[in-house]
Design a protein around this ligand. Structure first.
Ligand SMILES: NC(=O)c1ccc[n+]([C@@H]2O[C@H](COP(=O)([O-])OP(=O)(O)OC[C@H]3O[C@@H](n4cnc5c(N)ncnc54)[C@H](O)[C@@H]3O)[C@@H](O)[C@H]2O)c1
Ligand SMILES: [Zn+2]
Length: 403
């Protein structure tokens, strides 16, 4: 049956002019991606050696300020904090660090209060620079602490997971979770600079690397077919540690995210909603899994993208071969694409999933906002979902890819 193609907003990200200027830090080549937000403009630096080279890379910003690193405690045993401290201490007036727990629990009122208390006890002033050091969890919490302390302190992001390097460290969204849902309390607060050290990914568990890779694929799927094709050829090398492939994918992903953020910094025009491709469904899966580590965010997104792509094809909006090509690439690198991949033992209750989808904070006026594909490399936002649309999306023929 061919279903009526839904009305949709024709918005898509413009290609961001990538700044190919090279800068040498510690004899390594670093690429810069500008985020041109007028008075809040900043640069993303991508390359190897940026943790050991953080002092020189931030010297102009620090210029004799007090620096407080808010760091995921997991980075201590890995030696990453020690390396960062050694690099920053010669350029900072004074250098401190505050540890945060690993895991989603760190994005809570309780840990916000503790970290804020420790920060204020250090005798900070308005010139104090905060450095967020860790994955998206430490970054979101540290960014929100920076946005709130003394009504806003400058901060720098040094993301250490692939997901945080290509997504959460860029764009200025900061925040914590509440019992009512994820990321419901927070602030837009842009960093002053982002340092992406591709070498730090060497200690990241493969599963976390893959989860971040799902977000990389998302940029190709929503706005850049050529990048998607490049990933088909180089994705495996990237996952296996090839530094050139890592840098290329991270630079292109950051440029794609920067383009969307520049066009719609506060998610008001709809452009930024494109980044939610695969997320409405992915978030619902995560919520149902209970954030207990059985499903990490990127895995939910991979299933969500597969479902959204196949549903787009079922609507006649997108060629079936494009949807299957996306699913095939996700599968080829080892990401889940179907509900059964996530947990074959579990019976996913469509009503409960729908309940979570309508609670997502991206819901507008009670309507679920879907991001669908017109083609691989071209996404559209659809806000006027009819009540049955979401239910049909959960139909087994879509979620399991049957003809
Ligand atoms: N602000 C935004 O725009 C935005 C966007 C996307 C996601 N997020 C948020 O990001 C969070 C998820 O981020 P994440 O996936 O980076 O999770 P995370 O911060 O929990 O990191 C994943 C795991 O990897 C460990 N780790 C981090 N760096 C490591 C390294 N180099 N080597 C070894 N282990 C390392 C962490 O301790 C953790 O156990 C979620 O809370 C999500 O809501 C925010
Ligand atoms: Zn995501």
């Amino acid at each position: 049956m061919v279903l009526r193609a839904p009305a949709r907003d024709k918005v898509r990200p413009k290609r961001h002019p990538r700044d190919m200027t090279k800068l040498m830090t510690a004899n390594e080549t670093v690429e810069r991606v500008p985020v041109d937000l007028t008075d809040r403009a900043y640069e993303i630096l991508v390359g190897p050696g940026l943790i050991d080279g953080a002092g020189p890379a931030l010297a102009d910003l620090i210029s004799d300020r007090m620096v407080v690193v808010i760091v995921d405690q997991a980075l201590v045993a890995l030696g990453h904090l020690e390396r960062l401290r050694a690099s920053l201490s010669p350029v900072a007036r004074s250098l401190h660090h505050i540890l945060v727990d690993s895991g989603e629990g760190a994005k809570s009122f309780g840990s916000f209060e503790r970290v804020m208390g420790e920060l204020l006890s250090l005798g900070i002033d308005r010139r104090t620079l905060i450095v967020a050091f860790g994955g998206g969890i430490a970054g979101d919490l540290a960014g929100f602490v920076a946005a709130s302390a003394l009504r806003g302190l400058d901060f720098v992001q040094i993301p250490t997971t692939l997901l945080s390097q290509v997504d959460s460290s860029v764009g200025g969204k900061t925040g914590i979770n509440t019992p009512q849902g994820k990321n419901l309390v927070g602030a837009f607060h842009q960093p002053k600079r982002v340092l992406i050290d591709i070498g730090v990914l060497d200690s990241l568990p493969r599963r976390e690397l893959l989860a971040g890779y799902a977000e990389v694929v998302k940029y190709g799927a929503i706005g850049d077919l050529e990048f998607f094709e490049w990933l088909e050829g180089h994705g495996r090398a990237l996952l296996d540690g090839d530094p050139a492939a890592r840098r290329e994918a991270i630079v292109r992903s950051c440029a794609a995210k920067a383009a969307v953020v520049i066009a719609d910094e506060r998610e008001s025009s709809g452009q930024r909603a494109l980044l939610n491709f695969g997320h409405t469904f992915g978030h619902a899966l995560e919520a149902m899994a209970g954030y207990d580590g059985s499903l990490v965010h990127g895995e939910g997104v991979a299933v969500g993208m597969s479902v959204a792509a196949r549903y787009s094809a079922k609507l006649g909006l997108c060629p079936g071969q494009d949807a299957e090509r996306l699913v095939a690439h996700l599968r080829a690198v080892g990401l889940p694409t179907e509900l059964d991949d996530v947990n074959p033992e579990r019976s996913w209750d469509a009503d409960a999933l729908l309940g979570h989808m309508t609670k997502d904070k991206k819901v507008q006026d009670g309507r679920i906002v879907f991001v669908l594909l017109e083609a691989l490399g071209r996404a559209v936002v659809k806000k006027d979902a009819d009540p049955d649309l979401a239910r049909r999306m959960l139909d087994r023929s879509v979620t399991a890819g049957a003809a």
